[in-house]
Design a protein around this ligand. Structure first.
Ligand code: NAI
Length: 387
């Protein structure tokens, strides 16, 4: 079929297999340009098919030569509808990895479930023995418990409403948006989905099954951002969940000290991904940040961030730099004072007339469409494509 993007607000319901493959190929090419480094041998990535998880998988496989086992929740095509981007990305990644003789297997299913945890452990046992790096990069809208209870993740403020300038993606104009505070149930639901409980369950299950190497490392990704977005992010429902994730890192370090398991939160840069484009008010910040960081030559995409993390910051010969809360800071460039001061000045100036001039709205949309394999240079989108 001829596949075109079908968008609805921040969602694109189609994905292009050839474009997704090209997106993965480009990320691999970038990592290979950094040269081969030494690091983790066997890596488990939970949330491995898009965004930061996919970039982590590509960085470790093609930069360190790691065997990678990926867990994701993606939909296959039914012949009439395209598969999801993450499904195509995973297929492309596996093909590229296998062509290089790299071990790469993927488990498609609900990472929150016992069944997928067991299947993953079984695969590690049979194929790898143990893993020495576990990356937790889930961004999920909901979590279904064993007893059928469903928890939803909500992107709301806590306590009081928050009104700010916002870029309405559907109407492509600047508006003033108000986000209403979450109920207690919504706060708890977000914590259940995006907090640390499931990360801990994974580590407990892996340890119990003796498939974690001694001195292994586990990372979970988080975000902080500038004070302007605190009400909707850092001090909002998602921020509370991330605080719980941070507590979990401490608890993992304490509980598994006999294994010398290193558990860290890695605070990443704000980037357009399927998960982040759902956060209200934040897209305007992203587009202004992109403008400033690109102008200063500081902009990185997911693969740029993860390449710097795994092929520089985390190299075994380097002393790991942590902040006062024992976190790895990959948002170091984003949070630089000069960067934030310029973003802030632009934020104050931006209005309906100058939105496209002051904000990198084109950069935002390019990144968004690339997530689904569209508008990739060199791809003929008028060609019939096998889905
Ligand atoms: P994403 O939407 O690109 O990736 C989410 C991944 O989780 C996909 O591989 C998806 O298949 C998987 N997934 C979702 N539900 C699942 C389930 N039930 N079972 C198995 N797999 C499931 O999101 P992104 O942005 O890469 O987020 C990953 C992590 O990075 C999140 O913790 C997010 O908060 C964090 N982060 C994101 C930033 C951003 O600006 N995008 C900034 C800093 C941190």
């Amino acid at each position: 079929m001829i596949i075109q993007p079908k968008t609805k607000g921040f969602i694109c319901t189609t994905a292009h297999p050839v474009g997704c493959k090209e997106n993965v190929r480009r990320q691999i090419e970038y990592i290979r340009s950094l040269g081969k480094k030494t690091g983790a041998k066997n890596v488990l990535i939970i949330g491995a098919s898009t965004g930061y998880g996919l970039a982590s998988r590509i960085s470790t496989a093609f930069g360190l030569g790691s065997a990678t086992l990926g867990v994701m929740y993606e939909k296959e095509s039914n012949g009439k509808r395209t598969a999801t981007a993450g499904w195509y990305n995973t297929k492309a990644f596996e093909d590229f990895a296998h062509a290089q003789g790299l071990y790469a297997k993927s488990i498609n299913g609900d990472a929150f479930s016992k069944e997928i945890k067991e299947k993953t452990i079984q695969t590690i046992r049979e194929d790898l023995g143990t893993v020495d790096l576990v990356i937790y990069s889930l961004a999920a809208p909901k979590r279904v418990m064993e007893d059928g209870t469903v928890y939803q993740s909500t992107l709301r403020t806590i306590g009081k409403p928050f009104t700010e300038k916002s870029w309405d993606l559907e109407k492509d104009k600047l508006i003033t948006a108000t986000i209403e505070p979450a109920s207690e149930e919504e706060i708890q639901g977000t914590k259940k989905v995006m907090g640390g409980e499931d990360w801990m369950l994974w580590i407990e299950a892996l340890e119990k099954a003796k498939v974690l190497s001694h001195h292994a490392m586990t990372l979970a990704y988080s975000y902080i951002g500038p004070e302007r977005t605190y009400p909707v992010y850092y001090q909002g429902t998602i921020g509370q969940a991330k605080e719980d994730l941070q507590e979990t890192a401490k608890n993992i370090r304490k509980s598994f000290s006999s294994l010398d398991l290193q558990a860290y939160i890695c605070v990443n840069k704000a980037l357009v991904t399927q998960a982040s484009s759902a956060i209200p008010i934040v897209p305007l910040y992203f587009a202004l940040l992109y403008r400033v960081m690109k102008k200063k030559g500081l902009h990185e995409d997911c693969i740029g961030q993860m390449g710097r993390l795994f092929l520089d910051k985390l190299l075994p010969e380097k002393t790991l730099e942590l902040d006062e809360e024992s976190r790895i800071r990959m948002d170091d460039y984003e949070m630089r004072q000069d960067v934030q001061a310029e973003v802030d000045a632009l934020w104050q100036q931006v209005n309906e007339d100058n939105l496209h001039e002051l904000a990198d709205t084109k950069g935002y949309w390019d990144d968004f469409y690339h997530l689904f394999g569209f508008f990739m240079p060199g791809i003929d989108y008028n060609q019939e494509t096998e889905v």
